[in-house]
Every structure is written in structure tokens, then in C-alpha cells.
Design a protein around this ligand. Structure first.
Ligand code: CP
Ligand code: NVA
Length: 303
């Protein structure tokens, strides 16, 4: 395993190994111990979009493991693929650092980096996928549900990057997922077909959120307006009406269903404050687990 670009291109065995390592490292750190496996190593962190969780958790994970993160703003290096081709950047970075993580608009930029870099490349979110988020999410689900096998996620909202990676993780790790989206915002048919190719009938689609949550163990949502879609905000807010995760919707769900959100959460759009703050919310455990999963990932790829 050289890179971590998508859940789909990582085997179930590798995903399970990463989850075990994440739990082991989490325990180690809770006992106040450190694993300095990346002493002397450096990670370049390239961000075309804003980030709180991904930036902080990678930076802290790298430092905790004894290595050094280097934050690179695209404007400082003349853009990704603008001042010089990505294939040149990938080879130059590879001469200086031991790993690269990148958050880009186009997914193809991360693919190109991985193709031409001789060091590991990590997808830290693209318009297409968010695999590190999905792995932190399944780690969180396993902690709260005691297992992954048979767990059912109702994803309410935009069939975008977060939903896509989560669907692939479900298919590879024995979970089920129903995606409830308004017409025109469904998870694309190709991704559903791909996920169901890993495990038959794992991912289903509906336009009815109440139907989706009825037997769900987990209710998950993401913003209606992803980074880069700001100009579509008004149209999206109109189109997503009726797809809010709120107390009314939760009346249709099992009383012990857990609430998840990758964050940032836009109150009174995709979710209400009451639900974010409710006892069933495991949203901040998800955020914490970004750190533990990424320690395991960096250790696996770079040590
Ligand atoms: N969930 C997530 O990736 O958050 P950031 O955009 O803040 O990194
Ligand atoms: N779908 C969101 C996820 C943010 C972590 C976005 O791409 O902006």
C-alpha cells in the first residue's frame, strides 16, 4: 500500500488492519505514551480549501509520531498545477519530504500527485471523496455499536464526497447504508454499483428521509453546500427542504439511533442545534477519531 486515495482502492483487510492500529494507538496515547515511529520524517500538507479538523489532526498526528508537518498554501507555490505541472511538483516534493497529503477541488489532482510522487500520497478530501473521514467514522461506529457487521446507516442529504466514501466503507466492512437525498442530489449510480460490487445490496437509495431512518442504527448528515458550491447556496437550500435531521425526523427513528456529522455543521440547514447537542450525538467522537485514524495511517504509510 503506497498511497491512501480512496476506500475503493484499499482492500478490506488493509482497512481492518488500519482500524485495529487506530484503536491500539488511541489506547497508547490515552495512557500517556507515544509511538515515535516517524522521528525525522516530514509530511507536506497541501490545502486548496479551508480545513479545521483535517489540518489540525494531521498536524498533531505527525508531531505526536515524532515527525514534522509542513503546511503548504497553494498560493505560496503558485497554485497546484498552475505555475508548474503537478507531475513536476510531485517529483520535487518527493525529493524533500517523506509523504504528501492534499485537499484539492478536482480529484484528478490527487491522482496525479500519487502517480508521480515516489512518496506516499494521502487524499485529505476532494470534490469526489473523503476517505480519512469515512475511516474515522467507522472507527467511531465500532466503538459505539461494538461491531461494524450489520450496522445500518441512514445518510440524509447530499450524495457527495462524504456519502460516497462512507458507502464504500460500508460495502467493504459489512455495513448497510441507505442514502436519502432529494431528486438530483443522489449518490451517483456508478458509485452505488461499485459499492454493491464489493458487497451485494449494501447501498440503497430513497427520496424519503422518514423511510430511511426507520430501522437505522446511525443517522448521518453532511452540509447541503459543500466547499466550492457557495454560489448554488440558495438553490440548494430550497432543494434540500424536508431533508433536515431534526427532532421531528428522529421521532421516526429507533430511540437509540446515534447521530453523526463530519462537521462543519450548519445549524438549521442540514441539522438542528438540538440534535447536534443531543445525548445520542457522537459527532465530537468522530472529530477526535480523525486524529487516531490518521496516526495509524501515517504510521502504516511512512514508517
Ligand atoms: N470534516 C472535515 O474534514 O473537516 P475540515 O474541513 O475542517 O477539515
Ligand atoms: N461535503 C463537505 C465536507 C466537508 C468536510 C465539503 O466537501 O465541503
Amino acid at each position: 500500500m503506497k498511497d491512501f486515495i480512496s476506500i475503493a482502492s484499499t482492500s478490506s483487510e488493509q482497512l481492518k488492519e488500519l482500524l485495529v492500529e487506530s484503536s491500539d494507538l488511541k489506547k497508547l496515547y490515552k495512557y500517556g505514551k507515544r509511538d515515535l515511529c516517524l522521528a525525522g520524517k516530514t509530511l507536506a500538507m497541501l490545502f486548496e480549501k479551508p480545513s479545521l479538523r483535517t489540518r489540525m489532526s494531521f498536524q498533531v498526528a505527525m508531531t505526536d509520531l515524532g515527525g514534522s508537518p509542513i503546511y503548504v498554501k497553494p498560493e505560496d507555490i503558485g497554485g497546484l498545477g498552475e505555475r508548474e505541472p503537478i507531475k513536476d511538483m510531485a517529483r520535487v516534493f518527493s525529493r524533500y519530504v517523506d509523504g504528501i497529503m492534499a485537499r484539492t477541488f478536482e480529484h484528478s489532482k490527487v491522482i496525479d500527485l500519487a502517480e508521480f510522487a515516489t512518496v506516499p500520497v494521502i487524499n485529505a478530501l476532494t470534490n469526489f471523496s473523503h476517505p480519512c473521514q469515512a475511516m474515522a467514522d467507522v472507527l467511531t461506529i465500532s466503538e459505539h455499536c461494538g461491531q461494524l457487521e450489520g450496522v445500518k446507516i441512514a445518510f440524509i442529504g447530499d450524495g457527495n464526497n462524504v456519502a460516497r466514501s462512507l458507502a464504500m466503507a460500508c460495502a467493504k466492512l459489512g455495513m448497510e447504508m441507505v442514502v436519502a437525498s432529494p431528486a438530483g442530489y443522489e449518490l451517483d449510480a456508478k458509485s452505488i454499483e461499485k459499492a454493491n460490487g464489493f458487497s451485494a445490496e449494501t447501498i440503497t437509495q430513497t427520496n424519503n428521509p422518514a423511510e430511511a431512518v426507520v430501522d437505522a442504527n446511525i443517522i448521518y448528515t453532511d452540509t447541503w453546500v459543500s466547499m466550492g458550491q457557495e454560489e448554488e447556496k440558495q438553490k440548494r437550500v430550497n432543494d434540500f427542504a424536508g431533508f433536515q435531521v431534526n427532532a421531528e425526523l428522529l421521532k421516526k427513528a429507533p430511540a437509540d439511533a446515534k447521530i453523526m456529522h463530519c462537521l462543519p455543521a450548519y445549524r438549521d440547514y442540514e441539522i438542528t442545534d438540538e440534535v447536534v447537542e443531543s445525548p445520542n450525538s457522537i459527532i465530537f467522537d468522530q472529530s477526535e477519531n480523525r486524529l487516531h485514524f490518521q496516526r495509524a495511517l501515517l504510521k502504516k504509510l511512512m514508517s
